[in-house]
Design a protein around this ligand. Structure first.
Ligand code: V47
Ligand code: SF4
Length: 368
């Protein structure tokens, strides 16, 4: 049990709300960010995490397909993309090359492919629908988690389809769920400075709402630790919490730590360990209707990912098998992110948590 004696009145009141399973307000979240120690937010978040999940920590067996790093947009924090005009410096995978990646896992017990990349004008709706159909024809049970709302928005506009028509079309072609990328910070004050030309916050939320209405589930991210302040973070989480109350279609909230290598925002310092743990714990406390909080280990590094398991996190993504470049290019400690299942299980056990392999939608595959 958490001892609240000796706490200032305001922090005591918020702590008691959390212990009593009462929803905290935006003002409460701001108070936690500004005034609470990480000891307090950590123990409260751990209390909520253990109430929801005990000591279970989920991971999955997945791989990524990153079709291209050419992109028509120019997000200033992005170290990964090359402007479409300079696409000779990047890569563009053909259908054959993407299917070769899928075939490489024949006979391997992976359960998910995560497809995410730059926004390339020639890789259009029809091209990706064909990719989805080809993957499903080859391996029907493989869950396809694909395309950020940014990629989808562009694809649908280009094909002159409404969001409803476009989503239904990809769903029928085999898309199972949406990853959480492209959310960044919804608040226009920040979004206009860091990613001025891609879909705005309302557009991102509407795409996820439409997917949820079709029966698909999705994740949500937030890129934190750059030029935003706590109010922008709370506004972002508030919009997600409101939509989740409406649809219930989100599985996981994933705070993504801004990394500053080789991008237009390299002068912006990265957040420190204490700030990162505060972010994860306040996310767990505020996002009361999100079942899961994920720490994405390729970005944080393995040791910090272990630490988050005491600050509200109950999921550390998957084995990944060295198939993503997004974070190594942005300066993460993980230059070639891949972990065997044994390594992931050991990592979780070292943090005194119980590893459980899950499918994308949190069906239990194996408890260790
Ligand atoms: O939207 C880009 C982020 C995201 C940087 O849903 C950066 O399970 C930090 O969303 N520093 C894409 N972050 C990746 C993503 C994701 C990853 C893992 C799992 C899931 C899921 C989703 O990567 C982008 C952007 O916010 N990003 N550059 C950077 N320099
Ligand atoms: Fe393109 Fe995505 Fe990078 Fe923005 S974050 S430039 S949309 S690849």
């Amino acid at each position: 049990m958490i001892n609240t004696t000796g706490l200032p009145e305001d922090l005591k009141r918020v702590s008691e709300k959390i212990i009593g399973s009462e929803r905290i307000s935006d003002e409460d979240a701001l108070l936690l960010f500004e005034k609470a120690s990480i000891g307090l937010t950590g123990s409260l978040a751990n209390f909520v995490r253990e109430k929801k999940h005990g000591d279970v920590t989920y991971f999955n067996r997945n791989f990524h397909i990153e079709p291209t790093n050419a992109c028509v947009f120019s997000c200033h924090f992005c170290s990964y993309s090359r402007l479409y005009a300079h696409r000779d410096e990047g890569w563009e995978l053909s259908m054959q090359q993407m299917m070769d990646i899928v075939r490489k896992y024949d006979g391997e017990p992976v359960t998910e492919v995560h497809i995410v990349g730059g926004v390339h004008p020639k890789m259009n709706l029809e091209f990706f629908a064909e990719l989805l159909r080809n993957i499903k024809a080859h391996r029907p049970e493989l869950h396809i988690k694909g395309f950020t709302a940014v990629e989808l928005d562009y694809m649908f506009r280009k094909a002159k389809k409404s969001i409803e028509e476009g989503m239904a079309y990809l769903y029928a072609a085999g898309l199972d769920s949406l990853p959480g990328g492209g959310a960044e910070i919804f608040h226009p004050e920040i979004r206009e400075q860091i990613s001025p030309d891609k879909v705005d916050g309302n557009g991102w939320l509407y795409i996820h709402e439409t997917a949820h209405r079709l029966g698909m589930q999705s994740n949500a991210t937030m890129l934190y630790g750059h030029i935003e302040n706590y109010n922008h973070r709370i506004d972002h989480m508030q919009r997600l919490r409101v939509l989740q109350d409406k649809t219930g279609g989100f599985n996981t909230f994933i705070p993504l730590k801004f990394r500053n290598k080789d991008n237009d925002m390299s002068h912006v310092p990265e957040s420190g360990l204490a700030e990162d743990m505060k972010m994860y714990s306040v996310a767990r406390l505020y996002m009361d209707n999100f079942p899961h909080i994920k720490a994405y280990w390729p970005m944080l590094g393995r040791q910090q990912a272990q630490l988050t398991l005491s600050f509200g996190v109950n999921d550390i993504d998957g084995t990944i098998d060295d198939t993503t470049k997004i974070y190594s290019m942005a300066g993460s400690e993980e230059q070639n992110p891949a972990m065997t299942t044994t390594e992931l299980v050991t990592l979780i056990k070292q943090a005194k948590r119980r590893p459980v392999e899950r499918g994308t939608l949190y069906n239990v595959i194996k408890s260790y």
